[in-house]
Design a protein around this ligand. Structure first.
Ligand SMILES: *Cc1c(COP(=O)(O)O)cnc(C)c1O
Length: 378
């Protein structure tokens, strides 16, 4: 029996309905102004995002993949230089490295947080290593303090892939708090519609506290020019358009509310599943707040696919993020020896399952979803 309530992984229509007036007016204003590219809405969003993140420079761009590529371009790396990335991530993280003729070095991740750690990263460093791209997966920052220490020791650049964790906080051992993505030398974000801060189309941003690096990034994102028609270097064309910026400016004001709603949903799931054998709920790091881009279970009794099929029968969508380790993807298998594998990454690809998670989940829907998970196990 398929339930009629039309449960979705992400409910963008429901979210829109709650701010329809504001969004419609903002979009109309851009349309009427005809300032479609680099209009006042882009400047406003850029400066509001910089204040929210407490970061010196925000450079908006076309999408999260572009953000990662442009960040790497600005570092003057040479073909063959090695860049450390997790094996358990979205493909974009490694794709841009390979596109720039750099060598992705795919490492394992921590079984609890799904993120890379300083130890894992340090073990992969060679004389060719120039940078590392920690991914703040599913909404939680990597443990950045030790990562930055190791990076400093070895002179490595750190580019945070913060596409899934915008708005989350990281607390240092001295008690100071910083937004995820602002701790490495460069942070990259995606505004893909289903991300925590999602546009109504594509968008992305790069941020840094290093003003010199910020100026370079801006140049690379804009055809390698600082002065119009004078090209210092070969760049790309990657822009956030004004309509998207106007929408994002409205949603940025609600980002913390969205994170709170996601945390409430996560708390509900956590409580419902706490005593189920064969099911591990997401581990929350003690020094990072979670913004639950995904609520990702580990189904450790071998029944992940059966659970997914059971939920589907009852009208509940769920997704396996990610089913295949990067190093086993056809496109990336040439970077490793035949038969290469990492134990944690392999296990996660076999066991993870992400449940519906968004800012509009009501108690009734949550109870229906958690009830079906429980009835599968009992
Ligand atoms: C979404 C995402 C990206 C890419 O963002 P796009 O805007 O789709 O290009 C990169 N890395 C991670 C971890 C992502 O989740």
């Amino acid at each position: 029996m398929v339930d009629s309530r039309n449960i979705q992984m992400v409910d963008l229509k429901g979210q829109y309905r709650k701010m329809q007036k504001d969004i419609d007016a903002a979009v109309l204003e851009v349309v009427r102004s005809a300032a479609f590219i680099n209009g006042p809405a882009v400047k406003s969003f850029q400066s509001n995002l910089a204040s929210y993140l407490n970061v010196a420079e925000v450079i908006p761009c076309g999408n999260g993949t572009d953000a990662l590529q442009i960040a790497l371009m600005a570092l003057n790396l040479q073909p063959g230089d090695e860049v450390i990335v997790p094996s358990f991530t979205y493909v974009a993280t490694a794709e841009v490295i390979a596109l720039l003729r750099l060598t992705p070095v795919m490492v394992d991740v921590d079984p609890d947080t799904f993120n890379i750690t300083a130890e894992i990263m340090e073990a992969a460093i060679t004389p060719k290593t120039k940078a590392v791209v920690p991914v703040n997966l599913f909404g939680q920052s990597c443990d950045m303090e030790p990562i930055m220490k190791i990076a400093d020791k070895h002179g490595l650049y750190v580019i945070e892939d913060n596409a899934q964790a915008i708005g989350s906080d990281y607390t240092f051992s001295n008690g100071s708090v910083q937004k995820s993505g602002t701790i490495g030398h460069i942070g990259c974000t995606s505004f893909y519609p289903s991300k925590n801060l999602g546009a109504y189309g594509d968008g992305g941003a790069i941020y840094t506290n290093d003003r010199e690096l910020g100026a370079k990034i801006r140049m690379y994102a804009n055809h390698g020019q600082q002065k119009r028609y004078y090209h210092e270097t070969i760049g790309v064309n990657s822009r956030l358009d004004s309509i998207q910026a106007a929408i994002l400016d409205i949603k940025l004001k609600r980002l913390d509310e969205y994170a709170a709603a996601r945390n409430e949903a996560a708390d509900h799931y956590d409580q419902a599943f706490e005593d189920i054998e064969g099911l591990v709920t997401p581990v929350r790091a003690s020094n990072a707040s979670h913004v639950f881009h995904q609520y990702t279970l580990r189904v450790t009794n071998g029944k992940r696919d059966a659970l997914q099929a059971y939920l589907k029968e009852h009208g509940i969508p769920s997704i396996v993020y990610y089913p295949v380790p990067l190093y086993r993807q056809n496109a990336y298998k040439n970077y490793v020896e035949a038969g290469f594998s990492w134990p944690i990454t392999e296990e996660l690809c076999q066991t993870v399952l992400s449940l519906p998670m968004h800012s509009e989940l009501d108690l009734e829907t949550l109870q229906y979803i958690s009830g079906k998970v429980l009835s599968f196990f009992h």
